[in-house]
Design a protein around this ligand. Structure first.
Ligand SMILES: *Cc1c(COP(=O)(O)O)cnc(C)c1O
Length: 379
């Protein structure tokens, strides 16, 4: 293979991250916690527009503690988007609660407000209101938040917003991460901001933030000996990771601009081809998507090749692409979960492909990718 591999979305780091990391190293703040953790929390919370951020070891850990804050426990039900990564759902089960999976709508690819309403109505009729709802802002695009907030408010159900893939996205006048009573971000390796691994819980309540920091450091009581009255977790972010995150955050607007430029390029090169449609911002114009990943649907009958054929053709050229998340209602581990399914996410999964979207892709890389895809058409 003469060409270097093109990845789906590689961490894109600079000398700024390196400098901050070395500062953390040289000041001997290798131990967890330290000044970069506090600064990263404050800077991220300010960027999103929340009062408090709690830096944790992963986005999944943030969902776990967020659900605990909302009082989720054994036997409770929690509604969650079915079209998502398993990290959105696993923490519901850690707490002994039961996920109820809600399908997507065609416009946003996110939780369908109509299905959510149907589900809430049915559950309410049986006197079983869920303890929380977790709508996911998928692939850098916000949910239809006006409807979702209104419906959840009507039933008095708190929202935990999974904005792991959507840092920097907006809906109306608000940022992803401002919609849920509690929101979470992920700083995993391929997210818009990475700390190599990490996450953050966002809240406007000082008391909730204090509780999360307490739980995430093994619920250690303020005593010189090790004193514990509650179960704890080792979920805090290290100072080294936070230093990298601060460097990354400083770049976020440039990175998003490049992700959107990449989407625009794919869209202009492939958008006119019969059988290819893009995950787009809904027409009403309230959405600003980061285009974290450019996602397309490939209709095999019209395009002349199916999603898998295109993926394998790219792979043969050393180019990584990925199917859209396999919905949780199709996952064996969640086979027993109740669900409200319309078929939308089944079809998005069947036909959907995430194209390489990292902000460090060159124009030459993009030309190569588009060429391979065009060649997949049966002429
Ligand atoms: C990445 C991701 C998570 C989990 O984040 P981690 O930091 O990997 O634990 C949760 N939800 C969604 C939608 C994600 O994409």
């Amino acid at each position: 293979m003469t060409f270097p591999r093109i990845y789906l979305s590689r961490p894109h780091v600079s000398s700024r991250e390196r400098g901050l990391l070395l500062d953390a190293f040289d000041s001997n703040w290798i131990a967890p916690l330290g000044p970069h953790v506090n600064a990263f929390e404050a800077e991220t919370a300010a960027y999103v527009g929340r009062n408090y951020g709690c830096a944790l070891s992963s986005g999944t850990a943030a969902i776990h503690l967020g659900l605990k804050l909302l009082g989720v426990g054994a036997g409770d039900e929690v509604f969650v988007s079915s079209l998502t990564f398993s990290g959105s759902v696993n923490p519901i089960c850690y707490l002994g609660a039961r996920p109820v999976l809600i399908d997507s709508d065609w416009e946003t690819w996110n939780m369908d407000p109509n299905l959510l309403e149907t589900a809430l109505k049915e559950r309410a009729a049986k006197g079983r209101i869920p303890k929380a709802v977790i709508p996911v802002d998928l692939y850098g695009q916000c949910c239809r938040w006006d409807s979702i907030l209104e419906i959840c408010a009507r039933y008095g159900v708190p929202i935990l917003e999974d904005a792991a893939e959507a840092q920097g996205a907006r809906y109306g006048r608000k940022n992803a991460g401002q919609f849920g009573r509690i929101a979470i971000l992920s700083f995993n390796g391929n997210k818009m901001v990475t700390t190599s691994g990490g996450g953050m819980l966002l809240t406007d309540s000082e008391e909730e933030a204090a509780k999360v920091r307490f739980w995430s450091t093994q619920s250690r009581e303020p005593a010189p000996h090790y004193q514990h009255r509650e179960l704890g977790y080792n979920y805090r972010m290290s100072n080294l990771c936070a230093a990298v995150g601060r460097g990354q955050l400083a770049w976020i607007d440039e990175r998003i601009a490049r992700h959107r430029e990449i989407f625009a390029f794919y869209s202009s090169e492939l958008g006119e081809l019969d059988g290819i449609t893009f995950m787009r911002e809904p027409k009403e114009g309230d959405w600003f998507s980061t285009k974290w990943l450019t996602c397309v649907l490939i209709d095999p009958a019209r395009f002349g090749a199916d999603r898998e054929k295109v993926r394998l053709a790219l792979e043969a050229e050393n180019i990584e692409s990925r199917p859209i998340w396999k919905p949780m209602h199709l996952q064996p581990v969640f086979a027993k979960c109740d669900r409200y399914i319309s078929g939308v996410s089944d079809q998005i999964f069947r036909d959907g492909l995430c194209l390489p979207s990292g902000s460090d892709l060159t124009d030459h890389d993009l030309d190569r990718i588009v060429e391979v895809i065009k060649q997949c058409r049966t002429s």
